[in-house]
Design a protein around this ligand. Structure first.
Ligand SMILES: Cc1cc2nc3c(=O)[nH]c(=O)nc-3n(C[C@H](O)[C@H](O)[C@H](O)COP(=O)(O)O)c2cc1C
Ligand code: SF4
Length: 371
């Protein structure tokens, strides 16, 4: 086993101090308008001290209000929000050697927040059996969302971030376009696998054109739906190939619609790298760096993933919620796994719109036994 995991790594022209990523994590600290707050800055200052190669922010909505998914989510739909983003990028750059990327998203149909606030989510297709109000996007609205993504990418660059990451996973708008379960259109955006990937390719091309050739444009991509009748892996692989041609600089492998939930790491398990095989298969068809997220908790597994060539980077979310400094700890020689037990008690906290914290730590603090 080598120390390649901890050695510098390049995405495009940007050198990262190591191959470890903090995957995008919604922290519910933005204000009503989606602006960065002091609480957000405090979270990123702690991460910045943790020797992480690339930190990705929680997802930020590109159109307001209809791109928004959840309370306390960051927004990046207006130039008025750039000063807050500048503060955040500066906090990370000033706190250590980490690079920082912002993740950008349009929720599509996947937004309880919109319905609770009296809005109708924009769906790729009208779905008779879907239990939440929605309406089908017009062709003009699809074009507008693509423009909104490109404009948001430019704001991220203007704010001093090192990269922008598109959110193409977990059932949000991009996943919905690729998925036959959500995309039942018969126009140029649907009706065949080729048409269902048009949205991805247009978004990548237009974001690339907007930010210029030298700026890193990344994606977190759900390469397969884990629901019956969903997007098969073969289509996900083809999208990866095509996105590389369209100008994507790196792909972080995750789940699409269904999110890989049936495979997920279970509470108390140490390691279950559920998307490792999918990342390894993607690596065989693209030459841009491939990252893998979900279920990695020990440095031994992270190193093995890198040394085996199954991925170029390893990405973590929940471990950093409980312990923002676990990478720095590993580097100091304490190589016990990240202490997150994958219990998901952090989720209900943000769903209530409270600032993200580890629910297990809260439970222990409050002296509760098992919930
Ligand atoms: C509280 C919370 C918020 C999350 N927010 C985002 C997000 O904004 N964007 C995203 O792509 N994934 C998000 N995720 C998913 C994680 O990035 C990651 O894919 C998932 O937790 C699996 O990785 P892990 O086992 O290292 O936690 C979130 C996860 C959690 C627990
Ligand atoms: S609540 Fe559970 S899953 Fe979330 S960070 Fe804490 S230990 Fe990990």
């Amino acid at each position: 086993m080598t120390d390649k995991l901890f050695e510098p790594f390049k995405i495009k022209n940007t050198t990262l101090q190591n191959r470890i990523m903090r995957s995008a994590t919604w922290d519910a600290t933005a204000d009503e308008a989606g602006a960065v707050t002091d609480h957000s800055i405090a979270i990123y200052e702690r991460l910045a001290r943790g020797s992480i190669g690339l930190i990705v922010t929680g997802y930020a909505y590109v159109s307001s209000p209809l791109g928004k998914a959840n309370p306390g989510q960051y927004g990046v739909y207006s130039d008025d929000l750039i000063p807050g983003w500048k503060r955040l990028a500066k906090a990370v750059h000033g706190g250590g050697d980490s690079k920082i990327a912002a993740q950008i998203v349009h929720a599509g149909i996947n937004s309880g927040w919109l319905v609770e606030h009296g809005f109708t989510p924009l769906a790729v297709s009208k779905l008779p059996d879907f239990n939440r109000p929605h309406r089908e996007l017009t062709d003009g609205e699809i074009e507008q969302i693509i423009e909104d993504v490109a404009a948001a990418a430019v704001r991220v660059r203007e704010a001093g971030f090192d990269a922008v990451q598109l959110h193409g996973a977990h059932g949000y708008q991009m996943s919905q376009f690729a998925s036959p379960l959500f995309n039942r259109r018969t126009d140029r955006w649907g009706g065949s696998a080729e048409k269902r990937r048009r949205f991805h390719l247009e978004v990548v091309r237009r974001a690339r054109k907007a930010v210029g050739n030298d700026y890193p444009v990344l994606i977190k991509f759900g390469v397969q739906d884990d629901r019956e009748g969903g997007m098969p892996f073969s289509e996900g692989l083809e999208i990866c190939r095509e996105m590389e041609k369209a100008g994507i600089d790196s792909i972080e492998i995750s789940g699409g619609v269904g999110g890989g939930a049936s495979l997920a790491i279970q509470e108390g398990e140490i390691d279950r790298p559920v998307f490792r095989e999918r990342a390894a298969a993607v690596k065989k068809v693209v030459s841009v760096p491939v990252a893998v997220v979900h279920g990695v908790r020990s440095p031994e597994l992270a190193k093995d993933i890198i040394d085996s060539g199954d991925a170029d980077m390893v990405s973590f979310s929940r471990p950093f919620i409980r312990e923002p400094g676990f990478v720095a700890r590993w580097l100091k020689g304490d190589t016990r796994p990240a202490i997150c037990i994958s219990c998901n008690r952090c989720f209900p906290i943000v769903r209530r719109g409270e600032p993200l914290e580890c629910g297990e730590e809260r439970r222990i603090r409050e002296g509760k036994t098992k919930t």
